[in-house]
Structures are given as structure tokens and as C-alpha cells.
Design a binder for this molecule. Structure first.
Ligand SMILES: NC(=O)C1=CN([C@@H]2O[C@H](COP(=O)(O)OP(=O)(O)OC[C@H]3O[C@@H](n4cnc5c(N)ncnc54)[C@H](O)[C@@H]3O)[C@@H](O)[C@H]2O)C=CC1
Ligand SMILES: O=C(O)CCC(=O)C(=O)O
Length: 424
């Protein structure tokens, strides 16, 4: 195979998440000995739908929003992945997010390929009614390519169980059938699963525990910094706090809080709003940049992409970085952290607890029989411990960093399924 130097150069200049993902996919396929056509198939989603969604706003005017749904690869099974509502959503970002979903599903061995959706909007400035009309409009716009056996959405940044409920209701109306398996991350009363809300953070907690063992760090008393205080970050801060760790820093989109003696996580959870904002209630805040560079044992970026870059990677003081967010560390920064001996647990492994419990939710919807929280947690624990172990061992045996090892593990199933189907 020829090295993807173009993509590598482009990535260095722009931190473009799609080209950096392509670079690692290429390296992983090369290490596994697959021919170039496999890369050609997997470097972009099989399908990418761009939609325009007209929404009647509360002031009576119509605003037209742009949305996307990417389906990366459906050789293994239906595609699966969240929907993001954020002003910075781009087509390339959604494509990269769909590729990461394929890798996650491969890593935790789910019968899915990856998909992802996004709408360019700022839900923090929209009313409940506007959000409902936008959510329903998006489902109508993408209805032809999604469905319980085609592509199953879920929550992501700035979307939640209420939005999943509206989307499920809209799809069920079109389908003229109650279709809980159309979407996951629903409220419990509509067929949601116990444990889905905290699943991403649970998975991250398991990865932190396993990574800490490798580095001889005791969780009890360890200092932890978490960037982002939404679904992933806030539950994680709570789990780490409850496990006896000292959560010394947290942040949201507006700033960060720091207390070397440990923050009062229960108080912050109580005061945060539905978008994971809490720092606006305090005067003594740090910037997100300062937060990432704090002295700590464990750093968890749980917000957005490109937060640890070549610019700040030398200033990271943590011994372990566990990526709850998708794409928070650039490739250059991955290399710098690895060279500095920092153990980096990559997003496609660390954040795969969410899609794992989404799969459990879909299974429960399909069989119409629901599991207890203990059952969900037990199954999640087994899957994540095994995935961590496989990737850590691959990284040691093949002498590659954990990100490349995770891509090698994650890409294999879809490459094999595509081959058996006769696509390549
Ligand atoms: N919700 C889920 O099940 C999963 C989420 N993830 C990833 O975890 C990350 C966080 O997602 P959620 O917690 O679901 O989102 P969320 O919407 O619940 O919370 C997002 C948090 O990030 C903060 N944030 C937003 N922009 C920021 C910025 N520019 N700088 C610093 N903080 C910022 C927000 O203020 C909020 O605290 C994303 O990368 C997402 O893709 C990954 C797997 C599953
Ligand atoms: O729960 C799911 O199906 C997908 C979660 C997600 O979007 C992600 O892992 O990034």
C-alpha cells in the first residue's frame, strides 16, 4: 500500500477529523495486510444524506436548518449512531463520526455498522416547541434511509431522551406502527433501557479502572480532571467521585472549575442545566485550555473534538488520558502523549459503552422483554473489560499505540464482512 501522505499533511494543517481518521484506518489496514481497495471502500461512508429542514419558529418565521445522516458501512448489519445538534456540525465531522461508530461496533462486537447524524443548530437558543418541530422534521427528512433494521439513531451532543422520544413518535406515526426499535436512548417508559443514560460514562469508568491497573494507579485518592459536564462528563465525574477519586477539575463550554481538594460533584450535578452548563454560576473560573493542563493523574476529555493538539500536548500533566469524547486528541498529539509515556485510551474504545447499551435497548425492544439495571451493567462490564484487554494486548504485541491497536481491532470485522459479501 502507498502511504496516505496527502491526508496526513492535510490533517496536520487543519486537524480535520475525517482525514485524520482516514490516516489511521489506512495504517490499520496496512498492518493487517489488507489490499488498497479495502481502504477505498472504508475511507468514506457508503451513503451520506444532506437534508434541509424548514421549521416554523415561535416568532412565526420559517428557519431552514441543514442536517446530515451518514451511513458508513452496513456489511455487518444495520448502521447505528447518535444525532448531534450543534452549531459547529459539518459534513466532514458527521462522516468521521460515522466511521468511528463502525470502529466502536467492531471493537465491542455488535451486529452493526456505523452511522451518525447531525443538525447545524444551537438548541441552547431554541424553545421546547422549536426543538420538537426540528426533531420531527429531521426524522421526516431522513425517513427513507433509517429504520429499526436499516439505521438506528441515538443521542449525542445536545440531544437527549426527550428528543429521542419525539423522533420515535414521528417515525411511529409515519410507519403507522409503534416502533421503539427505531431509535435508542429513549425514556424508560417508551422502551428505553435501564443504564443507557449513564452507559457511556460507565464504559469510560471501566476503561479508567483497567488503564489505572496497567499504570499502578489506585483509583481511590487519584486526582481526575473531566472536560465537559454533559451526559458523558457529569456521570463520569459522579462515578469517579463515588469510587473515592478526587475530581479536581470539570468544565463546560463556558469555562472550568478547579479545586485541588476535590470539587463537590453532587452539588454541581444538582445545579447543572440540561445542556451540561454549570460554570456560569461561579466567578473563579479557568479556561478549558487551563483545565486540560492541570496537575492530575487522570484526564478525561468528554466534550468535543480537537482539544488536545500539538500545541498543548507537551503541557498535559496527566499520567492517563481516557477519551470519553469522540476525537478530542489530534494524531500529532496522540504521538506526543505516547512518546511522553502517557497512556492514551482512545475514543473508539473508551466511549463504546453508550452504543453497547443502545444495542441492549434495541434487543429488548425487538424481543419485548426488559432487563434489570444489574443485568445491563453485568453485560456491559464483561464486554468492555474484554475489549480493553484485546486492544491493550494488541498494542503491546504489535508495538503500536492504543489508537492504532483499537482501529486494527475495530476495522477487521467490517472488512471481513465486506469481503464475504463479495464487495471487495
Ligand atoms: N451521549 C453519548 O451516549 C455519547 C457521547 N459521546 C461523546 O461524548 C462527548 C460529549 O457528549 P455528551 O456528553 O453526550 O454531550 P452533552 O450535550 O450531554 O454535553 C456536552 C458537554 O460538553 C460541553 N461543551 C460543548 N462545547 C464545548 C467546548 N467548545 N468546550 C468545552 N466544553 C464544551 C457542554 O457545555 C457540555 O457540558 C461528545 O464527543 C460525544 O460525541 C460518545 C459516546 C456516546
Ligand atoms: O448509542 C448509540 O447508538 C450511539 C452513541 C454515539 O453516537 C457514539 O458512541 O458516539
Amino acid at each position: 500500500m502507498v502511504a496516505e501522505t496527502g491526508a496526513e499533511q492535510n490533517n496536520k494543517k487543519t486537524n480535520d477529523v475525517l482525514s485524520s481518521t482516514q490516516t489511521v484506518i489506512h495504517k490499520a489496514l496496512e498492518k493487517l495486510g489488507y489490499p488498497e481497495e479495502v481502504y477505498e471502500l472504508l475511507k468514506e461512508p457508503l451513503r451520506m444524506l444532506t437534508v434541509k429542514i424548514p421549521v416554523k419558529m415561535d416568532d412565526g418565521k420559517v428557519k431552514v436548518f441543514t442536517g446530515y445522516r451518514a451511513q458508513h458501512n452496513d456489511a455487518v448489519g444495520p448502521t447505528k449512531g447518535g444525532i448531534r445538534f450543534h452549531p459547529a456540525v459539518t459534513e466532514r465531522e458527521v462522516k468521521a463520526l460515522s466511521i468511528w461508530m463502525s470502529l466502536k461496533c467492531g471493537i465491542v462486537d455488535l451486529p452493526y455498522g456505523g452511522g451518525k447524524g447531525g443538525i447545524i443548530c444551537d438548541p441552547r437558543n431554541m424553545s421546547f416547541g422549536e426543538l420538537e418541530r426540528l426533531s420531527r422534521g429531521y426524522v421526516r427528512a431522513i425517513s427513507q434511509i433509517v429504520g429499526p433494521t436499516k439505521d438506528i439513531p441515538a443521542p449525542d451532543v445536545f440531544t437527549n431522551s426527550q428528543i429521542m422520544a419525539w423522533m420515535m413518535d414521528e417515525y411511529s406515526r409515519m410507519d403507522e406502527f409503534n416502533s421503539p426499535g427505531f431509535i435508542t436512548g429513549k425514556p424508560l417508559v417508551l422502551g428505553g433501557s435501564h443504564g443507557r443514560e449513564s452507559a457511556t460514562a460507565k464504559g469510560v469508568t471501566i476503561c479508567i479502572r483497567e488503564a489505572a491497573k496497567k499504570r499502578g494507579i489506585e483509583i481511590e485518592g487519584a486526582s481526575v480532571v473531566v472536560q465537559g459536564f454533559g451526559n458523558a462528563g457529569s456521570f463520569l465525574a459522579k462515578f469517579m467521585h463515588d469510587a473515592g477519586a478526587k475530581v479536581v477539575g470539570i468544565s463546560d463550554a463556558y469555562g472550568a472549575l478547579y479545586d485541588p481538594n476535590g470539587l463537590d460533584i453532587d452539588y454541581l450535578l444538582d445545579r447543572r442545566d440540561s445542556f451540561g452548563t454549570v460554570t456560569n454560576l461561579f466567578n473563579n473560573t479557568l479556561t478549558n485550555k487551563e483545565l486540560l493542563e492541570l496537575e492530575c493523574d487522570i484526564l478525561v476529555p468528554a466534550a468535543i473534538e480537537n482539544q488536545i493538539t500539538a500545541e498543548n500536548a507537551y503541557d498535559i500533566k496527566a499520567k492517563i488520558v481516557v477519551e470519553a469524547a469522540n476525537g478530542p486528541t489530534t494524531l500529532e498529539a496522540t504521538q506526543i502523549l505516547t512518546e511522553r509515556g502517557i497512556l492514551l485510551v482512545p475514543d473508539v474504545l473508551a466511549s463504546s459503552g453508550g452504543v453497547t447499551v443502545s444495542y441492549f435497548e434495541w434487543v429488548q425492544n425487538n424481543q419485548g422483554y426488559y432487563w434489570s439495571e444489574e443485568e445491563v451493567e453485568e453485560k456491559l462490564e464483561k464486554i468492555l473489560v474484554k475489549a480493553f484487554d484485546t486492544i491493550y494486548t494488541t498494542s503491546q504485541n504489535r508495538r503500536v499505540d492504543m489508537r492504532l491497536a483499537a482501529y486494527m481491532v475495530g476495522v477487521r470485522k467490517m472488512a471481513e464482512a465486506s469481503r464475504f459479501r463479495g464487495w471487495i
